[in-house]
Design a binder for this molecule. Structure first.
Ligand SMILES: [Fe+2]
Length: 580
């Protein structure tokens, strides 16, 4: 029955040895075909057959770690005998889908098993393989072996493989070897592919990330409690997900956490960001809080969302512009709050957390009307226990025709008829405008970008601060309200814009203001326009200089005249219809 490749074995002593070995090889082949490893009785016979096996084995060829004597190769099994060059090892390899076992006949071997770590092939296990103890080889195993001072091994593979892969660790490439090859990198050209192309695509670990900001404005301590509450509840409703809470001081912390997720192979099934709306960087002395990522910075970011990932932004008015923007940029549904967002001890309605809110065991971020969105009436409704408003979903590219404030113009108009509901911001802007007027000794020429319903310009006009002012906005609906409410104000004009280009002459205005909408703009072209239109004279003092660009926004943190004057004069507009 034994079908020996006789061509390899010319000496009569070898043929005699093979004949002597045949019954043992038959028995071992049967074990391999059954997917088992030999037991003590067969192994004892193998030990007795050691002289005959040594007789049959060829010496290794020059430059090769072991010789290959094929003792049998049929449809069911391949039997190979290997004489090892002392101290030499083979390359990591697989067995072409075959399984079986290897018996060290002479000498002790070091065997390494390999596994994939992303696109890297790494040592997963290292073992000493003593003489006479079979080494089981599974069909998916990748391993290598190194001989000691001597080495002889007997290999059984079933079914025989017509090819094998040898892994070149230095080049991170795999060679597909078809035919009679050993486990080393052969001479000549062979198909080779990068590890990255063949490494198994492991199932990424899904996680829910609850991030909250820590420093920006007041109330951030409550965010930490709300984040913990949210994480506990998400862990209950998503028992299979890993839920991670991160307190983030700065933008860099946010980015570092994301990089860690990417490097560890995690993907986000849900991103929750608990923060302030973050529109007023310079007012609070910073531009680097996580709330203050610019649209450009968001676009440059890598967020490893799962295919069904989604994002939730628990901050004021995030549903109006930011969530749709985020959905488009990252291609995931994004949820935001339409109105004011506050901390509550109840999830479904507002309930005041008391004077020591961080002592509360549970806090929730809920959307509800409030003073800043709806004036005192909103505040009263809130403290009467107004119901939490559901988050609003934006889906990617679903509302491209409706990305301005047109659809919210009526609501916004009602909410911000009195701009002073934004008390802190109003004080910040109006104080600087008053200082600027005093500095110049005359009323101001003002451009407001994103003027909405014109409420801010009317207030500044009421305070006698305006020579003339132009408000621009992309929302025809908002501008309609602005014009309607400013019919009797000859100093105010309102224009529609469709992009960063401003139809304003060069060196034409004293002050550019962007009160609540500056964070929504593409800053680079807008800043170029601001530099262009700002007048370059009459601004001697540092006080005046610092108020020239009254952007209540992180985009404008420099606010310095030197920066403003860097404009090179290209693309300058003619005076057009602007008031002089
Ligand atoms: Fe092997």
């Amino acid at each position: 029955m034994t079908d020996i490749a006789a061509a390899h074995y010319q000496p009569s002593t070898t043929r005699d040895a093979l004949a002597e070995l045949a019954p043992l090889l038959d028995a071992l082949a049967g074990v391999a075909i059954r997917g088992e490893v030999p037991g003590p009785e067969l192994l004892a016979r193998v030990a007795q057959a050691r002289p005959a096996l040594a007789e049959v084995a060829k010496p290794p060829n020059q430059g090769e770690p072991y010789s290959r004597s094929i003792l049998r190769a049929d449809d069911e099994v391949e039997i190979m005998l290997a004489r090892w060059r002392p101290g030499h090892g083979c390359a990591p390899h697989d067995h072409g889908g075959a399984g079986g076992f290897v018996i060290p006949i002479e000498g002790t071997f070091v065997e390494r098993r390999f596994g994939w770590d992303g696109p890297r092939l790494v040592v997963a296990e290292r073992a000493i393989r003593p003489e006479g103890v079979p080494i089981r080889i599974a069909s998916a195993d990748i391993h290598d072996m190194t001989a000691g001072s001597r080495g002889l091994t007997l290999h059984f593979y079933s079914p025989p493989a017509s090819s094998m892969r040898v892994f070149d660790l230095e080049r991170a490439e795999v060679l597909e070897l078809v035919g009679n090859y050993g486990a080393w990198i052969p001479q000549g050209d062979h198909p080779h592919v990068p590890f990255a192309s063949i490494a198994p695509k492991t199932q990424a670990k899904q996680m829910i990330w609850v991030a909250h900001t820590t420093h920006y404005r007041g109330g951030s301590a409550e965010f930490a409690v709300a984040a913990d509450t949210m994480a506990r509840e998400l862990a209950v409703t998503h028992p299979d997900a890993e839920v991670i809470v991160s307190g983030l001081h700065h933008k860099a912390d946010f980015l570092a956490e994301l990089a860690g997720f990417v490097n560890s192979g995690r993907v986000l099934s849900e991103l929750h960001l608990i923060s302030h709306a973050g529109m007023y960087g310079p007012m609070f002395g910073s531009t680097d809080w996580p709330e203050q990522f610019s649209p450009h910075e968001w676009r440059a970011m890598t967020i490893p969302f799962a295919t069904d990932g989604r994002a939730y932004f628990h901050a004021c008015r995030t549903a109006r512009w930011f969530a749709p923007f985020f959905a488009d940029v990252f291609g995931v549904p994004a949820f935001g709050n339409y109105n004011y967002t506050t901390v509550s001890t109840h999830k479904d309605r507002f309930a005041w957390a008391g004077r020591q809110p961080t002592k509360q065991p549970d806090l929730y971020m809920i959307a509800t009307p409030g003073k800043k969105s709806h004036g005192w009436g909103g505040s009263v409704r809130k403290y009467l226990g107004s119901a939490a408003e559901p988050m609003v979903q934006s889906v990617p590219a679903a509302a491209l025709t409706e990305r301005s404030y047109d659809r919210v113009a009526n609501l916004y108009d009602r909410a911000y008829t009195d701009i002073k509901v934004r008390d802190a911001e109003w004080q910040w802007v109006s104080n600087r405008a008053a200082s600027a007027r005093a500095e110049l000794g005359r009323p101001l020429k003002i451009l407001e970008i994103g003027c909405g319903n014109g409420a801010l310009l009317r207030e500044l006009d009421d305070d006698g601060l305006i020579d003339f002012a132009v408000g621009v906005d992309s929302s025809a609906g908002m501008l309609g309200h602005a014009r309607e409410r400013s019919r009797d104000r000859a100093r105010l004009r309102f224009l529609k814009v469709d992009g960063p280009e401003l139809d304003v002459p060069d060196d034409h205005v004293d002050v550019v203001i962007s009160f609540l909408s500056f964070r929504y703009l593409d800053w680079d072209p807008v800043m170029a326009q601001i530099r262009r239109v700002l007048a370059s004279d009459g601004c001697g003092s540092s006080t005046w200089s610092n108020t020239r660009c009254a952007c209540a926004s992180s985009a404008c943190s420099s606010g310095r005249p030197s920066r403003m004057r860097e404009h090179d004069g290209s693309g300058r507009n003619s005076p057009g219809t602007w008031p002089r």
